[in-house]
Design a protein around this ligand. Structure first.
Ligand code: DX5
Ligand code: ZN
Length: 230
């Protein structure tokens, strides 16, 4: 299980020390939201910022690309220190080659799905990805309300993983707080991206610990029958 604070909710005037707060916590990943003002109606930051932050922590850098043309950004983000790059399934026919390219650059590859997109669209990629990220808000901004209708998607990717003996991680992103994280965990999520709820805390480390305890308490486990099938 992983807790991943999302840097989008940090104080942008002091990013170095904000990353230091994550480093001092027990968070396993740092989630980095990359927005291009086209795929989503907002702009965040690019590879130069990620590169500048790399020396502040050894935490796993989880890059979430919300960009219309991610192909040109893959190598710059790997060079900047990304450990994993995820692209949106909504990009359609280019997804296969993007995943292949990410892996050939030597980092982990993930796929992201927006709330209105049918979950079946990730089916062709299940055995090609390290991570599946289910958006629980429409991407573009932090601080939005959790969309409960996305939870059945988490259940589906959990079941598919079990049935096929795969090992991708299952993340949830958007509106994940000290209440909704438990619901996500129950549905089968194992990776919890949270911006506002964690960076909003004066002691980020306490927030990470609290969220971890909460998700542990409501963790979904494979049923005996399903475990047997693997
Ligand atoms: C939304 C981003 C999320 C966001 C989560 O487009 O992908 O990662 O930072 O932030 P909160 O937890 O504030 O919803
Ligand atoms: Zn994100």
């Amino acid at each position: 299980m992983r807790i991943a604070p999302s840097l989008l909710a940090a104080d942008f005037a002091k990013l170095g020390s904000e990353v230091g707060r994550v480093d001092a916590s027990t968070a396993e990943w740092l989630h980095l939201d990359i927005m291009d003002g086209n795929f989503v109606p907002n702009i965040s930051f690019g590879p130069a910022v990620v590169k500048a932050l790399r020396p502040f922590t050894r935490t796993f850098f989880d890059v979430h690309l919300m960009c219309s043309k991610p192909d040109v950004l893959l190598e710059p983000f790997v060079k900047a220190g990304a450990d994993q790059i995820s692209v949106h399934v909504e990009l359609g026919s280019s997804v296969n080659s993007l995943l292949w390219r990410i892996k050939s650059l030597g980092v982990k590859a993930g796929i992201v799905i927006n709330p209105p997109t049918p979950i079946e669209q990730v089916l062709p990629y299940l055995d090609k990805v390290d991570h599946i990220l289910v958006m629980t808000v429409n991407p573009g901004f932090g601080g939005q309300s959790f969309i409960h209708e996305a939870l059945p998607k988490v259940q589906r990717v959990f079941t598919w993983r079990m049935e096929r003996g795969l090992s991708y991680t299952i993340g949830v992103d958007g509106g994940v707080d000290f209440k909704t994280a438990g619901e996500c965990s129950k549905a089968g999520a194992d990776t919890f991206i949270s911006g506002t709820s964690l960076f909003g805390k004066r002691k980020l480390g306490d927030g990470v610990r609290k969220m971890r305890e909460l998700v542990k308490a409501s963790q979904r486990r494979p049923t005996k029958a399903a475990t047997h099938r693997i």
